[in-house]
Design a protein around this ligand. Structure first.
Ligand SMILES: Nc1ncnc2c1ncn2[C@@H]1O[C@H](COP(=O)(O)OS(=O)(=O)O)[C@@H](OP(=O)(O)O)[C@H]1O
Length: 340
């Protein structure tokens, strides 16, 4: 057991959060596959407790278990890569800090990436953030015990796997600065062999927990949020225990946050168009504009054939059978009054 081995070693707080030598020794014993999506640092992905992780991601998970100390007031944003994390980070930050940053014409999000305000626990395991809001791509079932036992709250954002796959493939092509054959990437994704995959297992862990403990884990879909961002901002605020007052609603604060965090606003800001890498993406050194591409539902149709789309849908229906979870268009929710 990798994590047990890590946890049984003595903890040294002066040590760098990521200790590649110690972690790589353990990782070298795990089953591995070539990483078809490989960014320069990660030629392989490794299977650990049913999930595939690129090498540096797995090192980060080990670091989280060793160094991150969750607190009861923490809120953990949990996503599979490319589910809309950047958007959710912006929404949570703007909502949570709205009394402090109430001037929406000079908001901090105009000059810094959402990733600078809400750190990944994989990268900033040492809790440098002043806000109790963190993000992670680690599947719920592999999070530190304290979080899995829901002693703090989790907001999980999911996304239709067809759009998520295209977003991930495009992101990795950009990061590698070369084309990754779409067909190969698709085959690997369908088999679940991509970092943080299988996508279906990542989703199901959180989904099942959210059914059992809805007050502790809020499960949302990107498509639902796109459909009705206003209602979702209100829902997120309630979940974070900072609901909008009647006065705030009268002032149009919810809509102001929706507008501030919209794809149109954020993607057109200088900081998100041209800035150097942000401070929160670790060794991969990702430029801010890599987090904004199209921000649309259904873009997969521009890349995958109808057969490829149908095949992914079929896998999804099989894997989610009996779980009550679905990404079919007719099953999308609309939270606002008067719509159902
Ligand atoms: N504000 C806003 N509204 C709607 N959609 C948005 C927004 N910001 C980012 N995006 C889109 O989200 C996709 C990136 O996902 P993530 O932010 O999860 O990426 S990451 O995992 O943090 O690397 C990526 O999706 P695609 O456009 O389909 O590639 C982004 O464009």
């Amino acid at each position: 057991m990798v994590l047990e081995a890590i946890l049984s070693t003595s903890m040294n707080t002066n040590e760098s959060p990521i200790n590649p030598t110690k972690y790589r020794e353990i990782i070298s014993t795990l089953p591995r596959q070539p990483n078809v999506f490989a960014p320069p640092l990660d030629q392989y992905i490794h299977k650990y407790q049913g999930f595939w992780f690129r090498t540096t991601m797995l090192e980060s998970i080990m670091s989280v278990h060793e160094h991150f100390t969750p607190q009861p007031t923490d809120i953990i944003i949990c996503t599979n890569p490319k589910s809309g994390t950047t958007w959710l980070k912006a929404l949570c930050f703007a909502t949570f800090t709205r009394t402090r940053f109430n001037d929406f014409s000079s908001h901090p999000l105009f000059t810094k990436s959402p990733h600078d305000f809400i750190p990944w626990i994989e990268i900033s395991a040492n809790r440098e953030s002043e806000l109790p809001v963190f993000a992670t791509h680690i599947p719920y079932t592999l999070l530190p015990k304290y979080i899995v036992e829901l002693k703090c709250k989790i907001i999980y954002l999911s996304r239709d796997p067809k759009d998520l796959f295209i977003s991930y493939w495009q992101f990795m092509c950009k990061l590698r600065k070369e084309a990754i054959p779409l067909e190969t990437a698709y085959q690997y994704f369908c088999k679940g062999i991509n970092s943080c995959g299988p996508w279906w297992d990542h989703i199901l862990g959180s989904w099942k927990a959210s059914l059992e403990f809805p007050e502790k884990i809020l499960f949302m879909k990107y498509e639902d949020m796109m459909n009705d961002p206003f209602s979702y901002v209100k829902r997120i605020a309630e979940f974070m225990s900072c609901p909008f007052s009647a006065e705030e609603e009268r002032q149009g604060l919810v809509q102001k946050i929706v507008n501030l965090c919209s794809f149109e606003t954020l993607s057109n800001l200088e900081v998100n168009r041209n800035s150097l890498e942000n401070s929160a993406t670790g060794a991969l050194k990702i430029e801010n504009n890599s987090f904004f591409r199209k921000g649309k539902v259904g873009d997969w149709k521009n890349y995958l054939t109808a057969e490829m789309g149908a095949h992914l849908d079929q896998i999804t229906e099989q894997k989610f059978s009996g779980s009550g979870l679905s990404f079919r268009a007719q099953d999308l929710q609309c939270l606002s009054e008067g719509k159902s």
